[in-house]
Design a protein around this ligand. Structure first.
Ligand code: LLP
Length: 421
């Protein structure tokens, strides 16, 4: 459920008509709903209410400071994968003890600044990282809480580019070698083992891969305890999918996911940590765009929007589907016809949808891409020197610009021409 609905014939974000935002900010623009973000975060908390837990929002999904502030104020922890994301979480007011640091390629500089800023745990992904972290922490006189990310070799049955839990993926330590790596960790200065970490992929629409992976995790947790390690915390990653198509069967709900967690690892008495990103932010955002032209092609029509692949890259990158709907509600029974929805960027990959069934739309009409709150704005670029897409947050009948669109002058001012040219 989200808070983007038609009222009085116009699509609203909560109580704000989207044409009002388009009129003031221009398009393209991302619009987020505070009520939807809050609702989805709370669903995860309820799903884990049976145990000690921390829901860490995966900052990579949407790293706007206002979004992080909202979730942080609700009590969310943050899962960060770079020094930059760590700074964002801190700037949003989230204390270090609620931030976990994940990622396969943490640099020594990042380790140092995160340790001095305060951190809940590092999720370590390799022996080489373990050694580096130990050296950095010991040199600082610090003892850093760690988990090791284990790769359970489970097929998450999702898009190949976002599956992470198979042995051929670059993530984590093969679960079969985990005991060795924990044994090594126990000998290294500056590290304190606090638990185990796992993340098997993104946009999972079936709970069975989770069940299989978490069952392996439970076996490992017992073995590690028998080896003398303190396994008090399990970080189970993120990945629960969202419905991108309204007409498809919906993926499992957080509550059902929480049940699988309880059934597989609930009896270990561990604190449970999860890192959902998409499920909290995805359906809490739309990308609002305007029609520039309707172009009649050979046997097909093209709806050319002012949003492009640089603003929302998911269709080009993952063949992802986003429902595209008109902001003016079509009258009941209005005729629809197939149209290719494209952006102005000069490559064929800049296609959002082929043969989308849409009512007649023309220049200046507004459309909204649904489910664009996660991995939308964060993956945007200025390709084709198109200004980075702005973001707006709505709460009830209030709304605010939370990232401004840069001017072309500002964009050009970031380049410099060497004196010798
Ligand atoms: N934890 C770790 C270690 C991750 O790598 C990820 C996502 C998450 C948590 C959050 O997963 P989520 O709950 O959002 O599924 N750009 C792609 C998605 C990449 C996901 C990468 N890792 C997309 O647009 O589909």
């Amino acid at each position: 459920m989200d808070h983007f609905n038609y009222a009085g014939g116009v699509l609203h974000a909560e109580d704000v008509p989207l044409p009002e935002i388009a009129g003031r900010i221009g398009t393209p623009v991302y619009v987020y709903s505070a009520a939807t973000l809050t609702r989805h975060f709370n669903l995860f908390r309820q799903a884990l209410a049976w145990t000690d837990h921390l829901v860490c929002f995966a900052v990579k999904a949407n790293s706007n400071l206002a979004v992080l502030r909202l979730l942080g104020d609700l009590g969310a922890g943050m899962d960060v994968v770079s020094g930059g994301e760590y700074c964002r979480a801190r700037a949003a007011g989230v204390p270090g003890e609620r931030i976990v640091f994940s990622g396969v390629g943490k640099t020594r500089d990042e380790m140092q600044s995160v340790i001095s800023g305060g951190i809940r745990q590092f999720n370590v992904e390799s022996e080489a990282e373990l050694m580096a972290l130990s050296a950095v922490a010991a040199a600082m006189g610090a003892v850093v809480p760690i988990t090791v990310r284990v790769n359970p070799d489970v097929d998450a049955m999702t898009h190949a580019k976002i599956a992470t839990g198979k042995s051929e993926n670059k993530f984590g330590i093969p679960i079969a070698r985990a005991r060795e790596v924990y044994a090594l960790a126990a000998t290294l200065p500056g590290l304190r083992v606090v638990g185990i970490d796992m993340h098997i992929g993104s946009q999972l629409t079936d709970l069975e891969p989770y069940r299989a992976a978490y069952a392996k995790l439970a076996v490992l947790a017992r073995a590690l305890r028998a080896d003398g390690h303190d396994i008090a915390r399990l970080d189970l990653g993120g990945g629960l999918g969202i419905p991108y198509r309204r007409d498809n069967a919906a993926p499992p709900l957080p509550m059902e996911y929480g049940q699988v967690v309880r059934e597989t690892v609930g009896d270990l008495g561990c604190e449970i940590q999860i890192e959902p990103g998409r499920n909290i932010a995805g359906n809490a955002g739309v990308l609002l765009a305007s029609v520039i032209y309707l172009k009649q092609g050979e046997g097909r029509d093209f709806l050319i929007l002012d949003a492009a692949m640089n603003d929302l890259i998911r269709p080009a990158m993952y063949d992802a589907h986003h429902d595209i709907i008109p902001v003016r509600q079509p009258v009941v029974g209005a005729a629809v016809s197939p149209v290719d929805v494209v952006g102005p960027v000069c490559e064929t990959g800049d296609t959002f949808a082929r043969g989308a069934q849409l009512p007649a739309l023309g220049q200046g009409d507004l459309v909204a891409f649904r489910s664009a709150g996660a991995y939308g704005a964060v993956m945007a670029s200025e390709y084709n020197t198109r200004p980075l897409v702005p973001e707006v947050l709505v709460s009830g009948d209030r709304w605010a610009l939370i990232r401004a669109r840069p001017t072309i002058e500002e964009m050009l001012a970031r380049d410099s021409i060497p004196a010798w040219l």
